[in-house]
Design a protein around this ligand. Structure first.
Ligand code: ACO
Length: 365
């Protein structure tokens, strides 16, 4: 059995923050940001938008492309470093609001490499016939964890979500090889120190700004350029292919210079590398599916193409996956996943009501 990617969707907030806007907020300028990172603008969530709401928007589009009803989804993996809560999992909020009544759901935390990890896990679940249809989502609202007074980090990040539908099929295709790696000794290079069990949120942690992203940029840069090339080569070799077989590399969009250095190390032409960091900044785990959606839209990724997803992030983590691009399975009748949202809402209200009544009956309501 193979795990074909049959649906895709992305969602970004409509609010755009340009480098010129940032220059009004911190001591920086457009020229510095563009020359060091390639970023020109990023999308920032409105107060009512969250990691779950962006995830749902992307997921509904992916389900629509795949022509799949939410109730047919068996597994939802949400990769995120900016979950709505420590618990419950953001994946469970997505499951409820989509009305994916039969799905198991969990979050995966591997920072910017998370989408590759999640794709691998969902693929294994399909290949071992544990599930048939999976939804893999990368979603972030990093703007909520950025210190908007720290010019070394606030210029980098943006908000957004991307989703893939994976479906079981007997034809060879989908994710055919992957590598997942980590090195926890570099954990302090990119860290959000407070808010977990090690350093619970307190007035002191807030006063010291420990609930914001902290990063050693130069070290992360060096690590990223080393592992991006390594992981790509390893995944391609594992798939018994060579780099000439790869029509497009879709890397994690952190920094144009990191992407160019990795391509140079691989001796791979930049014309066959997808880059859209200029318009979205670093959306962490959402960057690969967002870049994939745009590659499809612009005709750079088509059915039958062999592509590599490669990423790195906090942890430290990194990974790569070789994918034979499939496209949607043929369908007889179209479904509209958005139509199921009202049903999902009703179902959710009903379930809450039942729990209330049960509480009253058993005397603890
Ligand atoms: N505007 C103007 N000047 C700035 C800014 C800014 N926004 N930020 C830093 N500077 C200054 C610094 O203070 C420094 O000045 P100094 O020499 O007087 O001390 C100078 O510019 C150079 O700073 P560097 O940190 O050496 O700049 P560098 O060329 O390394 O670029 C950058 C910094 C863009 C952060 C780079 O190191 C980088 O991209 N690193 C990788 C970061 C990354 O990808 N992180 C995400 C990982 S994925 C995840 O898990 C979320």
């Amino acid at each position: 059995m193979y795990a074909h990617i049959t649906g895709w969707g992305m969602a970004v907030p409509s609010r755009v923050l340009t480098n010129h806007d940032l220059a009004q907020m911190v001591e920086t300028d457009n020229e510095w940001i563009v020359s060091r990172t390639g970023i020109q603008e990023r999308h920032i969530a409105n107060p009512e938008q969250t990691s779950a709401s962006l995830a749902i928007e992307a997921a509904l589009k992916a389900l629509e492309v795949a022509n799949l009803k939410p109730v047919d989804v068996d597994l939802i993996i949400v990769s995120t470093s900016t979950p709505e809560h420590v618990f419950p999992a953001t994946a469970c909020l997505v499951q409820d609001r989509l009305g994916a009544a039969r799905a198991g759901a969990f979050d995966l935390s591997a920072a910017c490499s998370g989408f590759i990890y999640a794709l691998d896990i969902a693929t294994q679940a399909i290949r071992t016939e544990s599930v048939k249809n999976a939804l893999v989502i990368g979603t972030e609202t990093l703007s909520r964890f950025v210190d908007w007074e720290d010019r070394t980090t606030c210029i980098l990040f943006g908000d957004g979500a991307g989703a893939f539908v994976l479906q079981a099929g007997e034809e060879p295709g989908g994710l055919i090889s992957s590598v997942m790696r980590s090195d926890g000794s570099g954990g302090n290079l990119l860290i959000l120190p407070a808010g977990g069990s090690h350093l619970p949120a307190s007035p002191e942690t807030v006063r010291e700004g420990l609930h914001y992203i902290q990063m050693h940029g130069r070290e992360v840069f060096r690590f990223a350029t080393r592992v991006m090339a390594q992981a790509t080569e390893e995944a391609v070799k594992k798939a018994h292919l060579s780099l000439e077989d790869i029509s497009l590399i879709i890397p994690h969009q952190a920094n144009q210079r990191i992407i160019e250095t990795a391509a140079r190390k691989l001796n791979f032409p930049m014309e066959r590398v997808m880059v859209n960091v200029d318009r979205y900044g670093n959306t962490s785990t959402a960057s690969i599916p967002i870049a994939t959606c745009e590659a499809i839209q612009s005709g750079r990724l088509q059915a039958g193409d062999k592509t590599v997803f490669v990423g790195f992030g906090a942890g430290l983590t990194w990974g790569a996956a070789v994918v034979i691009w499939s496209g949607p399975f043929p369908v007889r009748r179209r479904v509209r996943p958005t139509r199921y949202r009202l049903l999902a809402r009703l179902r959710s209200i009903l379930l809450r009501l039942v729990r209330r009544i049960e509480g009253i009956i058993w005397g603890n309501g």
